[in-house]
Structure formats: C-alpha cells, structure tokens
Design a protein. Structure first.
Length: 667
C-alpha cells in the first residue's frame, strides 16, 4: 500500500466515522421528521373528530329530547344539518391519517350508518329514546377509539402527553354530553326516575367532575386557569342546581324545569369545555408547526453542515495528503537521482518545523556528508591517479635501466671471457717460457721476441682490465640508480597503501552512512561497496609492488656487492698486469744480463706463472660472477615488467575510481 493511500486511509477513516455518526444523527432527524409528519397528519384529524363528536353529542341530546317530546322537529333537523357539515370535514381529513394497525373502516362507514339510524328515529316515540341514545353513543365511541389511536400514534417532544390530556377532556365532554341527553329527556318527561336513570345520572356527573379535575391534565397555563374558573360561572352553577333538583325529586317527578332550559344551560357548559379543548388543540397545532419547521431546519442544517464538513475535511485531507506525498516524492526523486541517476549531491530540500522538515534536514545532512566523503574520495582518486602515473614512469625508467644493465653485463661478460682467454694464453706462454728457460742460452733471440709478445699482450690485458673497470663503474652507477629507483618505488608503494587504506576507510564510512539512510541509501551502499572493493584491489596491487620492489632492492644489492667484487678483482688484475709489464720491461732492459741472472729469471718466470694462474682463476670467477649478474639482471627485468604491469593496473583502478566518483555532481 502506498503512503498516499495510507495517509488517505488514516484521514478518511475518522471522516467516515464522523459521516456515520452524522448519518445516524440525520437518520434520527429523519425519524423525528417522519414523526412530525405523522403528527401533522393525525392531529388535525383529532380536531375534526372532536368537532364531529361535539355535533353528534348535540344531535344525540336533541334526538332524545325530540323523542321525549321536549323539542321540535325543526330543532332536530337543524342539529342534524350541523352534524352533516362536521361529518363532511371529518371525511376529508380521514384519508391523510397515519394510524398504523388501526382500521378506519368503521369511521368511514359512519355517514351511512348515521343516515340509516336517523330514518328509524324520525317519529316522536318515547320508547325509542334509549335506543337512540345507544346508537349515537356507539358512533361517538367509534370516534373516541379513533381519537385514542391518534393519541397513541407515534409522537415526540411531549406531544403524546398533551394529546392524552385532550383525550381526557374529550372524555369529560362525552360524559357531559351523555348527561345532557339524559337530563334533558328526564326533564322533558317530568316523571320519577328509574333506578337505571338515577344511577346513570350520578355516574355521568361523577365522570365529568373527576376528568375535569384530573391531575394528569397537561394544559397551557391559560387553559389551566380557564378550566379552574369554569365551575364558578353562572351556567355551570345553573346546571348543578338543576341536577340537584332532579336528584332530590327523583322519586316524585314534577321537577318544574323545562328540558330545553336544561339543555341550553349544559350546552353552554359543554361549549366552555369545547372552547378549552379547541384552544389547547390550536396550541398543539401551532407548536407542532413550529417544531416541524425547526425539525426541517435542523435536518437541512445538519445535512448541509455534514456535507460541508465532509467536503472541507476531504479537501483538507487531500491537500495535506498530496502535500506530504509531494514532499516525500521530492526526497525519493533526490535519492533516486543520487543512487541511479546523475548522482547530484548539490540538491537540497526545503526544511520546516514538522516531521517532513526534520526528514528534509536529515536528508540534507546526509547529502552533505556524502558530498564531503565523495569529494575526499575524488581528491584521493586524483592523488592515486597522479601517484600511479609517477609509478608507471618510474617503472619504465627502471625497466630501461634494467635493460641497460643487462646489455652492460653482457659486454662485461664478453670482456671477461676474452680476458680469461688472454690469461690462458699468457699461462701457456709462461709455461712455454719455463720450458724454454732450459734452452735460454740457445734461444735468447726467440726469448726476446717472446718477451716483446708478452709485453704486447700485457699492455692489451691492461687496456682490457681498464675497460672492464670502467664498465664496472658504469654498472655500479646504474645499480645505484636502480637501488634509488627501488627505494622511490617503495615510498610510492607506501603512499599508495596509505591512499588505499584511506579509501577503504572512506568506503566504510560511506557504507555506515548509507545504512543509516536505510532504504534511501541502498543505491549508494552499492557504490561504496564497489569503492571498497577497488581499494582492496589497490591494496593488493600495492602489496605486490612492494614485494617485487623488495626483490628488486635485494637483487640490486646482490649485483652491487658482485660488482664491488668485480672492482676489487679488476684492481688486482691491473696490479698484476702492471707488475707483469714492469717485469717484462726489466727483462727487456736486462736481456743482456740474462745469462748472469738466469736463475733470477727462472724464479721470476715461476712467480709470473703463479700470478698468471691466479689471474686466470680470478678471470674465471669474474666470468661466473657476470653470469650471476646476467641472471640477476634477467630477474630484475621480470620484476620491472611486473612492476610496470602493476602500475598499469593501478592506473586502471585509479581511472575507474575517478569514473565512479565522476558519477556524482559536486559543488
């Protein structure tokens, strides 16, 4: 999962939780609004039902009086006309009701049932009064069930209790209506009361009083005060007075009160109750309208705030997420450029006080450290390149010196061989001189010639010895130069070893810094490993050069000692030749005295023979030593070639190190 997705997930999850909580709150608001819509559909129907109940109660009382002979037909039809008007408005409000499982079939058929009952009670018959009261009471009971369903329907914010209070008032009004119908018909008959009528009269009166004084009533302060003032009004007192007469004379009859008078008085009482019910219902509907508007306002406000907050949170989340990812991608691009691109170590990231700013600061510090190390490696690589160049030049000079030494050693060997041959010839001549000493008297002329030849050969040997001594001096000079070159090569090897150790240390530091950088420094860790490998190769090549330089130094020291012995031998040969030359000269001067000094001549010849043997032995040793010189020179030539090859390898390593360092862009 990418960092952007993680950041978005981390920011969107709380946003999703917030939206879920807002959604639940909005759902509650929607439920509240549905409840408000239900109350808006049902509570107006409660008012229409209450009005219809009031008209049916009046029609019930009027019908009871009409059947008892207490009123006229016109009054009855006037009451029916008012009921029909209330029934029409009620019928229009019924379809919009939301009452759950309650069935509206009984109240929907109320009009047809009412018309059928009216035809039955169209004639003035006293015996039909109880049936008429029962029929109207059944209708009112159905309407009371509807009001109960409305009160028990879904409600909120205390409307259920207020509607319950209205239902209690409606029940009190119904009891008063039944009391009106019963009392009006009893006053119209003006006859003693039956036990049933008396019990019903007292029961209805008690129901009215108890319902109006119920502590469960929840009314506005105005309606509550009005309800408390009702018993003190004149028509309420008149109704109570008339009912007292009816109760006192229940066994006698002859009440002296007209049924219409009682009907009118109690109708005012019921009208007062109906007025309070109407005001309370208006208060409920007004408050319901206010609460509905508030609920709608809260709903849309919460929806708007939720949408605005969600969009703002989403925008802020995306802004900061893409900002963070953009800065991280900048670090990633810089690291990618360092590890796999142009290796630009001059790039720097903008620093700030947050975590990404600290990351940028650490990155800048890392790049600065890397730039310092790579700069140091570059300088060391340039020094290594220069040292390898100088080493290559010294190696070429050493190779040339070795070749010259080989050539000179070949010439010295050839001269030594010629001198050995000459000394062998001298020895032969001396032996011949010894053999001829016995016949010296007879061969003086021949001896003179031989002495002259010996003098010539001795002079020639002297020249050869002088040339050999000069060549030996040249060889010593060359060997001294080789020794000095070998020492310089050793110093350069030590310099290269120091550079290699420093490079290895720098590579180790680079590896540690790359490890600290983690994933971002992996690419540079590869470069540091390659630099460390090159440093190890350089160190190995330096050790080889140092070993071979040591061998060259040892060989040149051996050659120098041998050449020193050459000088000693050539000095001795020169002394011998000088001695021979002097002797021959003396012999030439004393040729005339040869006879007298023959014995001395024989002794001198014998000594000369010994010295010539020694000279021949020395020239043989010189020849053997020159063979060793040629062998050492060959070894030096091989070592010189190896040194030159190592210098070439070191130069290639330096060039490769420069190429690796050149991959980085430095300030």
């Amino acid at each position: 999962m990418k960092i952007l997705h993680r950041i978005l997930l981390a920011t969107l999850l709380p946003l999703a939780a917030f939206l879920i909580s807002v959604g639940l709150h909005v759902q509650n608001l929607m439920t509240e609004q549905v409840t408000m819509n239900t109350m808006n559909a049902n509570y107006p129907l409660f008012g229409k039902t209450s009005d219809l109940v009031d008209k049916l109660q009046i029609e019930r009382g009027t019908t009871a009086m009409y059947l008892s002979g207490g009123t006229t037909r016109e009054t009855l039809f006037a009451a029916r006309e008012k009921t029909d008007g209330a029934l029409k408005e009620f019928s229009l409000a019924v379809p919009g009701a939301v009452l759950g499982t309650y069935s509206l079939d009984s109240v929907k058929a109320l009009g047809n049932r009412l018309q059928e009952g009216r035809r039955v009670f169209g004639e003035q018959k006293t015996e039909l009064r109880p049936e008429a009261v029962r029929m109207y009471s059944e209708f009112i009971k159905n309407l009371f069930e509807l009001e109960g369903a409305i009160v028990n329907s879904k409600s909120d914010k205390g409307f259920g209790k207020i509607m319950g209070s209205l239902f209690v008032l409606e029940y009190a009004k119904e009891s008063a209506g039944r009391l009106r119908a019963l009392g009006a018909s009893l006053f119209a008959l003006d006859a003693p009361l039956t036990e049933t009528d008396f019990t019903a009269l007292l029961t209805l009166k008690s129901e009215v009083d108890s319902n109006l004084s119920s502590p469960a009533l929840i009314l506005t302060q105005e309606n509550h005060d009005a309800l408390k003032r009702l018993p003190t009004s004149a028509h309420w007192a008149d109704v109570d007075s008339m009912l007292s007469v009816l109760v006192r004379r229940a066994d006698e009859g002859g009440y002296g009160i007209q049924g219409e008078a009682y009907f009118a008085a109690i109708s005012k009482k019921i009208s007062d109750m109906n007025t309070i019910i109407g005001k309370q219902l208006d208060f409920v509907l007004n408050r319901l309208d206010t609460e509905t508007r508030n609920a709608e306002r809260r709903f849309w406000t919460n929806v708007s705030v939720a949408i605005g907050t969600a969009l703002a949170a989403l925008g802020i989340s995306l802004y900061f997420s893409f900002g963070i990812v953009r800065r991280i991608r900048s670090v990633k691009a810089s690291l990618h450029n360092i590890s796999q691109g142009e290796g630009d170590l001059t790039v720097r990231l903008a620093e700030s006080s947050d975590e990404l700013g600290e990351l940028s600061a650490d990155f800048n510090h890392f790049v600065e450290s890397m730039e310092g190390m790579v700069t140091s490696i570059r300088d060391k690589a340039m020094a290594l390149d220069a040292a390898s160049g100088r080493m290559g030049s010294c190696s070429r000079q050493l190779n040339a010196g070795v070749l010259d030494t080989a050539s000179l050693s070949t010439n010295v060997a050839a001269a030594a061989e010629r001198m050995n041959s000459n000394m062998a010839s001298v020895a032969d001549n001396m032996r011949q001189t010894t053999s001829n000493l016995e016949t010296i008297a007879a061969g003086s002329e021949e001896m003179s010639v031989s002495i002259h030849e010996i003098a010539d050969q001795a002079g020639h040997a002297r020249e050869i010895g002088a040339n050999a001594a000069g060549h030996v001096q040249e060889v010593r000079s060359i060997i001294s130069s080789l020794v000095e070159s070998a020492r310089e090569i050793g110093k350069m090897s030590e310099l290269i070893a120091g550079i290699s150790s420093q490079t290895n240390l720098l590579a180790l530091n680079a590896t540690i810094e790359a490890a600290r950088a983690g994933e971002a420094g992996r690419g540079f860790a590869v470069v540091a490993s390659e630099i460390k490998e090159l440093a190890n190769q350089t160190n190995g090549a330096t050790e080889q050069i140092r070993a071979r330089t040591g061998a060259i130094q040892k060989s040149t020291e051996t050659v120098n000692e041998t050449v020193g012995r050459f000088a000693v031998v050539f000095d001795e040969v020169g002394n011998i030749i000088d001695f021979i030359t002097g002797g021959i000269g003396g012999q030439a001067d004393a040729m005339r005295e040869m006879a007298a000094n023959i014995a001395e001549a024989s002794s001198g010849v014998a000594d000369t023979n010994v010295l010539v043997g020694q000279a021949a032995s020395m020239t043989g040793a010189i020849t053997a030593d020159m063979g060793k010189v040629r062998e050492s020179t060959s070894q030096m030539e091989g070592v010189s070639k190896d040194t030159l090859d190592s210098a070439s390898q070191l130069f290639a390593v330096a060039e490769e190190l420069k190429s690796l360092v050149g991959r980085f862009r430095l300030a």
